[in-house]
Design a protein around this ligand. Sequence first.
Ligand code: SF4
Ligand code: SF4
Length: 116
Amino acid sequence: MTYVIALPCVDVKDRACIDECPVDCIYEGERSLYIHPDECVDCGACEPVCPVEAIYYEDDLPDEWQDYYKANVEFFEISTGSLPAVGSPGGAAKVGVIRRDHPLVAALPPQGDGHD
Ligand code: SF4
Ligand code: SF4
């Protein structure tokens, strides 16, 4: 079980959640952040600080965003061109911004004001 970042983070990425995570397991992609499913300790600290309610406990993901569980898991498994898979680095700060997104996120049109 893990926490998951869903659609509302896309193109918002204000990074408020990163400051709350005690294990530094929230990684930054190009258009969204992703929670590492193996590194998250399910403390719940990130969820209430998200200004757009993008963070959910896995079991509480709204139906329309169920695919974001898979997106958060697979983000760390995929390799793209010369970029190897992220794997489990054990901390996001040392990794920095990862210049890609899960295909589900990458395929989205720009998310502006008014999406929910
Ligand atoms: S607080 Fe919410 S919107 Fe901000 S980066 Fe984290 S998940 Fe994305
Ligand atoms: S639930 Fe806790 S450990 Fe998991 S991403 Fe949020 S703050 Fe980090």
